[in-house]
Write a protein that binds this ligand. Structure first.
Ligand code: ADP
Ligand code: ZN
Ligand code: ZN
Length: 817
């Protein structure tokens, strides 16, 4: 009897493909191993073996595989199940999931490019003859394609050889370009462990009688350490105690203190855990116990804790229990680049048991993390990562924490799989019979609804840690302010007074404006024309720092125009304002203070966020102006004022979630103020100070917001009452887009009747010269989701069979955000 395997190819194919294997291969192969297989005319791909059987395929003849690439499975059985769930729930191909799930370096294909690794030590490495030939070729030319390797070695199955070279760290594949920036190392001091006993300590202090300044410095060191268990920065020691750098140096020279360095961002961390025993406050302890109790009978617990209530410490305690049990914990965050602070906190506590999975890591770093987790190594007890970390090969997951669960960036928008990491994390945890905690100060309506209906356990924490009061929120009516001429640029007199007061006492300010660039629209006073992107249906945004007009959808840009492009009139005005303009105005008003911007334009590089955050933490920046990037769980000690420049453009966004999101955004930025001792202050500038949402923000009234919004969702048939699937057609041909959308919508309306909305052009109907048109399917609670998707799939298949529509791309988005 012949043997066959079904494999998942890294391609958007609806089905698995079947290949023939020999009996010897059948004895060796296990599910989850990689195999190199021929596909198409002449290409070779790395595929994942997903099933073994003896049934030949019906409609084609199974080709033999080229080679087995692994000795042990690279993909676990849990992963294979999880992928299958993602593909079916989010209506995409398993191959799409595979590509999202595995680091690219695992997926060699015949068009991959091989390069010599920069610091490769070729002389000392042990390489086989064939491997040597590849190295030799790479010493002559900078890179070779896998196709060329086939020629060099005169054989087809070269992937194992390349794989071996990758493992030996001699070559790299398709190496990504990443910044050469070396993360800033921070200098710490600690006591030389030799003095870690009382007798020696007394001796030391006696010896230092002759060096009173050094003795004094040492005593300051102890008193600071007694207050904070965290590693002490050299800078902090001199700042807090007034000890001069020279004296610290002499203590280090005498080997009384030791200095050590830490990088803030690395795959593994070699430091010791320096923080022992977090003491939860009484109310934290209560929340902790409630979560544990809740998770006794339920798989998911929604943890609604206001900003700065100390949720992280509670997570740490929960994680501690799980890893003491020998299990792994996953901590998922919306934006890993923004979480240096959290990583530091976890590492201070758990030391080198924490691994970070970073979207900005290079291919090789990602491979390293993947392998640690697969091997269930001691380094992989706790994994912290952004949404794609749910795809890692956990062996023994016990707990998943989804922090800031309301964040919309948990949903992948493009390309497929368009999964929601929060929802998928719950499924992942279930596969392991593990528990999930969803945490937020402003939960999503969906999660809160689940908690209210007892699908999730629910725990609240309503007090800030240390009993710091929640910031005081003041609303500034800028309509009146403009009338009374009490505005300077985009700043009300109230805002300026508060900024000045804050800066005067040496504290910091955060200003929030949800638009980047200088001003969104440029308009001619004479004819009303505003410059448009030629590729997209949007106006160009003016950026003053490079004097450009840019499209935020496709990146198209031209130089700033001096005259109207339509009528040549020189009278051009700008409308609206972005972060850049705020910064320009501020610099003019507060020339003695340092400002910085945090938005997509200033945070492109691998370490750009970190540099900004570190600079702000160390008070090298006084005022930080930013977009919603600012809202994500940052914990700064010295921020006492938060200003929201314009609440209205959030509220007016054309989306059924706009109000919920405005509430979350405003409350989250507000939460950055006054986190330590003093009560913080928040100013919200708005043209509609009486808007229900702004009122609810100012009172921190989550329950009120929930109730109102839920009613609207009920009345207009939106989630959580109805599920949504959005279908987007994309095509360069305008009328074809319309025809296709009409056909598809008619087909859907036949079955789903009034629950089909559209087709409709979105607000930006053309992007990169492609027209977009949406159809929305609403699915009532009692309608089977599985059946609905099957029917939809069938309609899609008939659609794709129509020749005239072949040039139309169709994107299916389940649970769109
Ligand atoms: P949240 O995530 O709920 O906004 P954090 O976990 O960032 O709040 O906590 C706010 C601040 O209070 C942090 O600086 C944190 O270190 C501190 N904190 C919270 N709980 C404790 C505790 N039990 N012991 C010491 N510090 C704590
Ligand atoms: Zn004009
Ligand atoms: Zn454009």
């Amino acid at each position: 009897m012949p043997y066959f395997i079904d494999v998942i190819l890294p391609l958007p194919l609806q089905k698995r493909f079947t290949y023939a294997i020999t009996e010897a291969e059948a004895n060796f192969l296990e599910e989850g191993m990689r195999v190199a297989v021929p596909f198409g005319k002449s290409k070779v791909y790395t595929a994942i073996m997903a099933a073994i059987h003896q049934n030949p395929p019906q409609v084609y003849e199974a080709k033999p595989i080229n080679q087995i690439l692994d000795k042990n499975p690279l993909v676990t059985k849990h992963q294979l199940k999880f992928w299958a769930w993602i593909a079916s729930y989010y209506m995409c191909a398993e191959g799409d999931v595979l590509k999202a799930a595995l680091p690219g370096a695992f997926l060699l294909e015949s068009e991959s490019i091989v390069e010599l690794k920069k610091d490769a030590n070729v002389e000392e490495a042990e390489v086989g003859d064939e491997e040597y030939l590849v190295i030799e070729a790479l010493q002559r030319q900078s890179s070779v394609k896998i196709q060329e390797v086939m020629k060099i070695l005169d054989k087809k199955t070269v992937l194992p050889i390349i794989n071996a070279l990758v493992q030996k760290e001699l070559v790299v594949l398709n190496q990504e370009i990443y910044e050469q920036y070396k993360p800033k190392k921070i200098r710490f001091v600690r006591l030389n462990p030799d003095y870690d006993n009382e007798a020696r300590m007394h001796q030391l202090l006696d010896d230092l009688e002759k060096a009173p300044k050094q003795k004094e410095a040492l005593l300051s060191f102890f008193s600071i350490k007694a207050q904070h268990k965290k590693p002490l920065k050299v800078k902090d020691l001199s700042d807090k105690s007034g000890v001069s750098a020279a004296i610290i140096k002499s203590l280090i020279k005498k080997k009384i203190l030791e200095e050590f360095y830490e990088k803030t961002d690395r795959v593994t961390f070699s430091g010791e855990s320096s923080q022992t025993g977090i003491q939860l406050s009484e109310i934290q302890q209560k929340a902790f116990s409630e979560i544990e109790d809740g998770l006794q009978d339920q798989d998911v617990c929604l943890f609604h804790g206001i900003t700065s209530s100390g949720k992280t410490e509670i997570y740490i305690k929960l994680i501690e229990k799980v890893i003491a049990n020998g299990q792994q914990a996953l901590y998922v965050l919306p934006e890993i680049a923004l979480t240096t602070q959290l990583i530091e906190r976890l590492r201070a506590y758990f030391g080198d048991k924490v691994l970070v999975y970073h979207s900005k890591y290079s291919i090789n770093e990602r491979v390293e993390v993947y392998r640690h987790i697969l091997e269930d190594s001691e380094k992989a007890r706790i994994v912290i990562g952004a949404r794609s970390s749910i795809f890692l090969p956990f062996a023994n997951l016990g707990l998943v924490v989804v922090d800031e669960e309301h964040e919309t960036s948990f949903k992948q928008f493009d390309p497929a799989p368009r999964y929601h990491a929060r929802d998928a994390a719950v499924v992942l945890a279930n596969l392991f019979k593990a528990k999930t905690i969803l945490g937020s100060a402003t939960p999503s309506l969906e999660s809160y609804f689940n908690a209210q209906h007892h699908k999730y356990a629910f725990v609240e924490l309503n007090r800030r840690y240390g009993n710091v009061l929640e910031p005081e929120i003041e609303i500034v009516d800028i309509k009146t302010k403009y009338k009374k001429k009490e505005m300077k640029g985009h700043f009300s007199d109230r805002m300026l007074a508060e900024i000045k007061e804050t800066l005067d006492v040496g504290e910091q300010v955060i200003l929030f404006q949800n638009r980047r660039g200088f001003s969104p629209v440029l308009e001619c006073n004479t004819c009303g024309h505003s410059p448009q992107c030629p590729n997209c249906d949007v106006s160009l945004t003016y950026h003053s720092h490079n004097n450009q007009l840019r499209c935020h959808y496709c990146g198209y840009h031209i130089a700033m125009q001096k005259k109207c492009m339509a009528c040549d009139s020189p009278e051009i005005t700008t409308k609206g304002f972005g972060t850049e303009q705020i910064e320009t105005e501020l610099k003019a008003i507060f020339p003695d203070y340092k400002t910085a911007r945090m938005d997509q334009d200033t945070t492109r590089g691998k370490y750009a966020y970190e540099k900004l955050i570190t600079a702000f933490e160390q008070q090298e920046i006084d005022i930080l102006i930013g977009t919603q990037m600012l809202t994500k769980g940052l914990d700064f000690r010295k921020v006492n004022l938060v200003g929201i420049m314009n609440a209205d453009n959030l509220l007016n966004f054309p989306d059924f979630r706009a109000h919920e999101r405005s509430f979350q955004l405003m409350l989250q930025v507000a939460g950055r103020a006054g986190r330590t001792k003093k009560r913080g202050k928040v100013l919200i500038q708005s043209y509609n100070p009486h808007h229900q949402i702004i009122q609810q923000v100012s009172m921190g009234d989550y329950a009120g917001m929930y109730k109102d919004q839920l009613e609207e969702r009920y009345n207009y048939k939106y989630p959580p009452f109805y599920r949504l699937i959005r279908i987007t057609l994309k095509c360069r041909d305008y009328s074809k887009t319309n025809e296709g959308a009409d056909w598809l919508a008619a087909g859907m309306k036949n079955v789903f009747k009034e629950n089909v909305l559209g087709p409709e052009f979105p607000p930006v109907a053309r992007i990169r010269n492609e027209y977009h048109k949406n159809i929305l399917l609403k699915i009532p609670q009692q309608q089977s989701l599985g059946k609905t998707k099957k029917i939809l799939q069938r309609i899609m298949e008939s659609f794709k069979a129509i020749g005239a529509f072949r040039s139309i791309k169709v994107v299916i988005n389940v649970d769109p955000i």
